[in-house]
Design a protein around this ligand. Structure first.
Ligand code: GRF
Length: 203
């Protein structure tokens, strides 16, 4: 399967996906064929370049509306014959049209155990709530904010002395294991989303 990764920042999850999809032993059935960023300075773009993966930058200022922007991204994905799109620190709200078009082929990773702490600053939300555990969630994307069907989660403990930074680091390590595992479930056909947005498992 041809995979594109959409990024806005550091891209450590992109790196984890690049590394695992290139390890023959991982049997990922996935090739990262394209990286798209909405920020021209995103460090993720350097990671793509180093890995020899083509990348594109889309600037929202070049488009009249969110729909126009997303349509341009969609066209690029189609031009590259992309099967599956992974959001990895992509800091843009997607239009309903985009989400619908990529239904069942659009994944996101979020730094909390959803449905707890959707949206921004999930790690701070977790610490403020006094939670004893946190983690990450890989899910299919639907029209809501971090509400789509959950593919898998990985838990990490929250320690008493944790700051947003230390908790973020611990969650990141879990993310770098979880995202490749979840992508593999999708690319190998183990898990699929039906048209009602329900997760279906296949053996
Ligand atoms: C991750 O924590 C991810 O869960 C969230 O954005 C962060 C991206 O980190 N959606 P990176 O750019 O992959 O390092």
């Amino acid at each position: 399967k041809k995979v594109a990764v959409l990024v806005s920042g550091n891209g450590s999850n992109l790196q984890a996906l690049l590394d695992t999809t290139r390890e023959a032993a991982q049997c990922m059935c996935a090739d990262i064929n394209l990286v798209i960023s909405n920020k021209k300075d995103a460090y993720a773009l350097q990671r793509a370049q180093k890995a020899g993966v083509p990348s594109l930058v889309f600037n929202h200022k070049d488009y009249a509306s969110r729909e126009d922007f997303d349509r341009a991204v969609s066209e690029a994905l189609e031009a590259h014959k992309i099967d599956i799109v992974c959001l990895a620190g992509y800091m843009r709200i997607l239009s309903a049209e985009f989400v619908k078009k990529w239904h069942g082929r659009l994944l996101n990773i979020h730094p909390s155990l959803l449905p707890r702490h959707p949206g921004l600053n999930a790690q701070k939300q977790c610490l403020d709530a006094g939670d004893k555990e946190s983690g990450c969630t890989v899910h299919f994307v639907d029209e809501g904010m971090d509400t789509g069907a959950i593919i898998l989660q990985e838990r990490v403990p929250v320690l008493q002395k944790d700051t947003v930074e230390t908790l973020t680091d611990r969650i990141h390590e879990a993310e770098h294991r979880a995202y490749p595992r979840a992508l593999r479930l999708v690319t190998t056909g183990r898990v699929r989303l039906n048209q009602h947005g329900t997760l279906m498992w296949y053996s």
